[in-house]
Design a protein around this ligand. Sequence first.
Ligand code: 3H9
Length: 719
Amino acid sequence: MAQYSRVSGTVGLITLQNPPVNALCAAVRQGIVEMLKKALSDSKVKSVVICGQNGIFCGGADIKEFGMNMSGPPLVQVIHAIEDANKPMVAAIEGVALGGGLELALGCHYRIAHSKARLGLPEVILGLLPAAGGTQRLPRLIGVPAALDLITTGRHVIAAEALQLGIVDQVTDHKTVDAAVKLAQSVAGKPLDARRISTYPCARPSDLDALFEGEMQKVRQRARGAIAPVACVQAVQAAATLPYTQGIEREKELMVTLFTSGQARALQYLFFSQRAVSKWSTPSGARWDTSKPGPIHKVAVIGLGTMGRGITVALAQTGLSVVAVETQEKQLMGAKKAVSNMLEQGAKRRGVAPTLDKISYSPNIQAIADADLVIEAVFEDMALKKQVFQQLAAVCKPGTFLCTNTSSLDVDQLASQTRSPELVVGMHFFAPAHVMKLLEVVYGPRTSPQAVATAMELGKKMGKVSVAVGNCQGFVGNRMLKLYLEQAFFLLEEGATPELVDRALEEFGFAMGVFRMSDLSGLDVGWKVRKGLMLGETDVSSGQSARIRQGCRYSPLGDLLCEQGRFGQKTGQGWYQYDKPGGRVASSDPWLHSFLESYRAKHGLVARHIDHQEVLERCLYAMINEGFRILEEGIAAGPEDIDVIYVFGYSWPRHRGGPMFYADMVGLAKVLERLEHYQQAHPDVPYLQPCSLLRRLVASGSPPIQRWREVIKKPHSQL
Ligand code: 3H9
């Protein structure tokens, strides 16, 4: 777990060995202590280098050990032993030095990093703080403002920035361990007192109180209820105001609070879920490790509206050749300009050259003849998409993978337009497609495992978190979202206001409540979808109530607003009013309130008091219940898939883990009981009927989320 050798005669070399990222598990910590003793007692050794195996310094504490009984020496003590050493200790940083890994390096007297190395204290992303002295040493080394930035955001810095900030002493383009050994030789015998960071005074900016007050305000606003960022500020404040030993005590105290919080559990679950979704499987038995992606060198994008443009940018950024086709000349000209601008801005931000030369544009679909994979991104209209798929089938070379960017349309219907339905797969991107991390990869009943593997691999190259899901109306994300939106509409009918519903959801942690979000994305989008599903129009001749469609309760509120031309921010009016069309600041609209009153009067509805708890239960439990149905049908392989989709695509608050994790935290029996309650109160809303999987889970003693798959076990044949 840690190996010792002597190199160049006088340098002790301690190598961390715990693949894949040399995490600091108990055995590694124990190994460091033992190897350090060896190095310090070896009279021939004048200085010591610590490095990691396989070109990776260290990915931090072993997250898998969290929640287990603590064994081995605590990391704080290991790092103190390194800092106290009477021979110069040099950290040779390659790959990454993250979390406890960077804290270990900060305990060393010197740090040298490879130019491509990334450093950071990302504990906050796991609901924790850098509790092995990181919150106390980093501000002493680089100053309070810079340390606050790194610790409260968890962002990684590359070696050049680390050098500029003063985190490392040298950056090398050569072999890092060789350069570290040279550095170690050059500092052998030099006094170490001025190299022990814990002994540095923490530089205090003159306006210390104002600085922390401002930071706390900023962090609270950004955190949306997450407690770790706040604790990070408090820990750095301790570094700035207390002696080191007291600061370390405060760091420990804050860590204990975080460690035992549900938020840390949620965020760590999310860390592993994000990785688990890449190990996809389908109900028919296709799997990530037995399905080989096809070779992709050239990708075509058809349709350069908003989605097509974003997809083109994301593809070009991967370095793949892209042919972008748009048959309308004017749209093509506009797209060229917009795509180039986006690529240039992105490249500037990342400090790389823009990859404009990767894209060729054409008004002619024949230009895609030699593409290995095509992403159709035309308007969300089945007839139009079918037409495009027929053209693709005629133009593309045999074996080309055909992908459709759709948010809800039936992938199988499109597959049936081609001679090779096994090559057809859905790729549901989220707008803006070059920014949003989520990609739903949708397999139809005839999609081949290779096509799924290819789309998943392409998503990974594009920097997306890709989740493989089965084909159904709305797939996973939008299928659940539909019920969430519907419940919000019903709450308005029953007496709530958009302000009340949004406040409850925002206090829960959503960046925007459902109505502010609808105003932002445009009310007309859902209106068009509902019209397509024949839900947006009342059949007056049949004498049906406007509030019943297809035999179920329906709220036409969204449609009525659209009929008034209120499409949200773009028209300056929606559920709220804005100072002008395109305005961003929502304010209450008296018109909307009196509209709701007359709507209720017209339909004989009596407004009642609705509290935040009911808003959360109605909106979230309806959605969670649908999540259980999705699991039962095998549309998603496991609860992690649903949670990752919600966190990365729908702004679900990360510190609440995702809707299915939230259900686990609330308690499945409680969710079931509340659904039964609401189902009785609203018998005309069939989807409030608790899903049988939820009942089975409760009947099996509500196992923790990690064990739900055992209960789900059900044979399927989707592929
Ligand atoms: C901490 O340090 C607390 C201390 O301050 C205080 C203590 C008192 N532990 O991401 P990848 C696994 S908190 C255990 O796919 P990449 C990961 O699950 C820690 N396992 O690779 C995956 O396993 P599998 C602070 C870990 O190349 C495999 O390694 N550190 C850990 O895309 C490959 O991971 C962090 O937050 C770990 N620390 O990215 C860093 N890290 O193959 C978290 C990874 O079974 N890690 N694994 O699915 C990362 O950000 C990325 O993994 C890293 C590599 C950038 C290192």
